[in-house]
Design a protein around this ligand. Structure first.
Ligand code: C5P
Length: 339
């Protein structure tokens, strides 16, 4: 992989954006020996983001966040990311991480995982470690199943625990509305409920069909679903009515896809037209919901964003597709999203 340009000697801080993700589809295939679940998922970055400022300091690691629900100790995934890189590279220097939260916490939007990946990328540069996204992948996996995706971004297939990430050749572009139900749902609890009702689904292939078929436009998205939705609503039955109303409004307003993200509780609608997304936002707000608007961020947009943030000359640092199987370019033929 092409190494990034070394930062100027005086670079001591970076301000970066940590994007949220949505899962356009998610299939649970079974339980693995390590207790995790074998997944097939379609990840998509969106431009809803946290702001993360990372500053080097002579010693010690500190994290601050403006959101009361985010821990300020070693339970914080961004802090653990810094610790992981420090240990891995034998770095004695420290860092200060300040997170301004915009991504709803506990919403299945990957906010904590994205912050952690952002810290890995930023400190890799500020500390002059030079691992790059492919070299950071094993560290990201140890932090959490969703973290590796944020080293890649765009529209990508996630396999195994969701941590084997394959960017798709054709990228989905669209407008999203994200409904924050303000009710964190525990991911382990949702997966535990899935186990109670799990039937072997090795033959489930909706995501592979989506990735490889010639289906176009709205029909393509209609075959996608999130296998965690039922379990999430069993875990948070108080949300069932709201989710039903939200889905109804999104479909009525012309959403190509209306789904829970990850294990919830955030729900989203995907639109190919900004005016429809605007209409859905207004209708949902009128019904009393808290709604955020966002656009999809493609692989190239994500790379460019990171190249700018890290001050690298070329947008090649992220998702380099030629050197790592985790960054391979799959699904070349006929991704139905609008490339
Ligand atoms: O890896 P991460 O800590 O983000 O995962 C949170 C929890 O979600 C895990 O502890 C596990 O219970 C569940 N999980 C799973 N299978 C996956 C991903 C997550 O069971 N593929």
């Amino acid at each position: 992989m092409e190494r990034t340009v070394k930062p100027p000697a005086r670079a001591r801080a970076l301000r970066v954006r940590a994007c949220a993700k949505i899962n356009l589809g998610l299939e649970v295939l079974g339980v693995r020996r390590d207790g995790y679940h074998e997944l097939r998922t379609l990840f998509q970055t969106i431009d809803l983001h946290d702001d993360v400022v990372i500053r080097t300091r002579p010693r010690g690691l500190v994290v601050r966040c403006d959101h009361p629900g985010v821990p300020g100790d070693e339970h914080n995934l961004a802090l653990r990311a810094a610790l992981e890189l420090q240990r891995h590279a034998g770095i004695a220097r420290g860092a200060e991480i300040a997170i301004t939260k915009r991504i709803p916490v506990g919403g299945g939007l990957g906010g904590g995982s994205s912050d952690a990946a952002a810290v890995l990328l930023a400190l890799d540069r500020l500390w002059g470690v030079g691992l790059g996204p492919a070299g950071l992948h094993p560290l990201a996996r140890r932090l959490g199943a969703d973290v590796p995706f944020f080293l890649v971004g765009g529209t990508a297939l996630g396999l195994a625990r969701g941590d084997e990430v394959y960017p798709l050749h054709r990228q989905v572009r669209g407008h999203t509305v994200v409904i924050d139900l303000g009710r964190p749902v525990s991911t382990p609890a949702v997966f535990a409920r899935v186990d109670q009702s799990l039937t072997p689904r090795e033959n489930s292939n909706r995501i592979f069909r989506f990735v490889s078929s010639d289906l176009e436009g709205l029909r393509a998205f209609s075959i996608l679903a999130n296998d965690l939705e039922r379990a999430a609503l069993e875990e948070a039955p108080d949300l069932t009515d709201q989710v039903g109303r939200i889905r109804g409004i999104l479909i009525q307003e012309g959403a190509a896809l209306a789904s829970l993200s990850g294990s919830g509780s955030a729900f989203f609608g995907l639109f190919d037209d900004g005016r429809r997304a605007q209409g859905a936002q207004s209708a949902l707000r009128a019904a009393g919901f808290s709604v955020l608007r966002a656009q999809t961020v493609s692989l190239n947009q994500y790379r460019r964003m990171w190249a700018r943030s890290l001050g690298t000359r070329r947008a090649r640092g992220l998702g380099n597709q030629s050197r790592s199987r985790h960054h391979g370019n799959h699904g070349r033929q006929g991704h139905p999203g609008r490339g």
